[in-house]
Design a protein around this ligand. Structure first.
Ligand code: SF4
Length: 481
């Protein structure tokens, strides 16, 4: 299918405490969070005595069916959908990660990236620790296992005091569910209710699907301990300036979600409106690169006083498709996914709105499709600033040199893409749309990283250190303890 048009999504997490049918509700929630990771899905349930985990490579619908969730049962559960940010994509890195330690069985599901995980792991391995995954998330379980604290929440607090980076996570024991968010709040995590039970999830759309109610965000630096209808909260760090990932609003999160306490659709639409104000174009119509840019394009069209048209149709049902090298040369990878509507485009001056440009290779092919469909002019408007730096906090980005804006001016990019004009939303415009400029991470646009990191850290850092060869995933069957 060629390279992704966007940065890959990260992960989605959910936890439900003290509720009959916990596995079923968790699988529903994972369906709603599917956009955050499509490589693997998993659920761990607790019934007051034991934990049971079922996880597989694939989409939620492939991993869980009616009988699987029925067999899992449980009265509390955590769930995870994964796109790998550290560690390769394979079953042993799928989450939740369930382990057994002196404090009994524990399971963890994590969204984010720990920037000092490689240092901690090397130290622990030198001291004799044995790791079973190449995921940074396993470090937290090891640190918890080493803690002498009696209560799981105290052990988790000790572990989290030693890690740096981004985490929104849930931990399950046989009788407790604990959720925590890093002090800078890079990744979202919200709290809601389903009937009398508490639910934590990456985005509020996971609450909507089960008929739950959004209550508030888990605060950056907050830990919540959930039991049957009970919630206790404690602070892991004093509340200070936050560094929420602004890309959650630009692209990652669903527009119907509340993320960082704000509706994503509203912010995305506002980005389009401000872009329309900052970068108008003499054109006949506005269209989006669906689906992630629809809302911004609507905002742009409204601000520019131009009609919004569905001029590019996306095929939602394309899975893995074999394309021969010869076909790739003829841009088949983009044609399979997108089809322009010639009847709408013929002879028209078109504004195409997209949410971001990473490498530019897909957009170049799309522009070619627009021209072939008869567009008289193509004016490209991007509803975020140029991406010049990679992310180290849980988003799988290409290395800097592959980001087209890291080494090319806007004019050079316009020439490469063969558009009549190209304009990006300004950083000020983006932050104006969020309404809380000071609280966001914008490092991929500015290079101003909120936490120092070792530049050489790679996504597969632990795989590079291991001599283990991955074998294909085993036949179906759960992991239980
Ligand atoms: Fe989000 Fe960019 Fe910051 Fe990464 S660097 S957390 S993608 S804003």
């Amino acid at each position: 299918m060629g390279r992704a048009r966007h940065w890959r999504e990260e992960c989605g997490v959910v936890g439900i405490a003290g509720c009959a049918g916990a596995a079923e509700l968790t699988s529903l929630a994972l369906h709603a969070l599917q956009h955050r990771g499509q490589e693997s899905a998993g659920i761990t349930v607790a019934d007051g005595h034991t934990l049971a985990t079922h996880k597989r490579m694939g989409l939620v619908a492939d991993v869980f069916d009616e009988s699987t969730v029925k067999v899992l049962g449980g009265t509390s559960a955590i769930g995870h959908v994964r796109y790998s940010t550290t560690g390769t994509s394979n079953l042993r890195n799928a989450q939740p990660i369930q382990v057994t330690s002196h404090r009994g069985s524990l399971a963890l599901a994590h969204n984010g990236n720990l920037i000092n995980a490689h240092v901690l792991r090397r130290l622990m391995e030198q001291e004799g620790s044995i790791f079973s995954t190449t995921s940074d998330s396993e470090i937290i379980l090891h640190l918890m296992a080493r803690s002498r604290a009696e209560r799981v929440e105290d052990a988790l607090a000790e572990a989290l005091a030693q890690v740096q980076g981004a985490y929104s996570l849930v931990v399950l024991t046989k009788d407790k569910l604990v959720a925590a968010r890093d002090p800078l709040g890079f990744r979202p995590l919200c709290l809601g209710r389903f009937q009398d039970s508490y639910v934590v999830c990456s985005e509020s759309c996971a609450l909507d699907i089960m008929g739950g109610r959004y209550q508030r965000d888990i605060e950056p630096g907050e830990m919540v301990i959930l039991g049957e209808g009970e919630l206790a909260s404690r602070r892991l760090a004093p509340r200070g300036r936050e560094r929420r990932c602004v890309f959650e609003h630009i692209y990652f999160s669903r527009p119907d979600s509340m993320v960082f306490g704000r509706n994503v659709e509203k912010i995305r639409r506002r980005c389009g409106e401000i872009l329309g104000r900052e970068a108008p174009a003499a054109a006949d119509l506005v269209c989006a690169v669906p689906d992630s840019s629809n809302t911004a394009a609507l905002g742009y069209a409204r601000a520019a006083g131009l009609p919004f048209e569905l001029a590019l149709i996306r095929n939602h049902y394309v899975g893995r498709t074999f394309i021969s090298p010869a076909q790739k040369v003829r841009d088949m990878s983009v044609r399979i996914k997108f089809n322009p509507v010639a009847e709408v485009l013929a002879g028209q001056r078109v504004v195409v709105v997209d949410d971001s440009i990473v490498r530019g290779t897909t957009m170049r092919k799309l522009v070619k499709l627009f021209r072939a469909a008869g567009a008289a002019e193509v004016h490209l408007r991007i509803a975020s600033p140029p991406i010049t730096n990679p992310c180290y906090y849980g988003i799988d980005t290409p290395v800097r040199k592959e980001l087209i804006a890291s080494s090319h001016s806007v004019d050079e990019i316009a020439t490469y893409l063969r558009v009549d004009s190209l304009r990006y939303l300004s950083l000020e415009g983006l932050l104006e749309a969020t309404g809380e400029a000071e609280q966001y991470c914008t490092a991929c646009f500015t290079g101003a990283y909120p936490i120092d990191f070792a530049e050489h850290v790679e996504k597969n850092v632990f795989d590079l250190q291991t001599e283990t060869r991955e074998v294909p995933a085993p036949a179906p069957g759960g992991e239980r303890s």
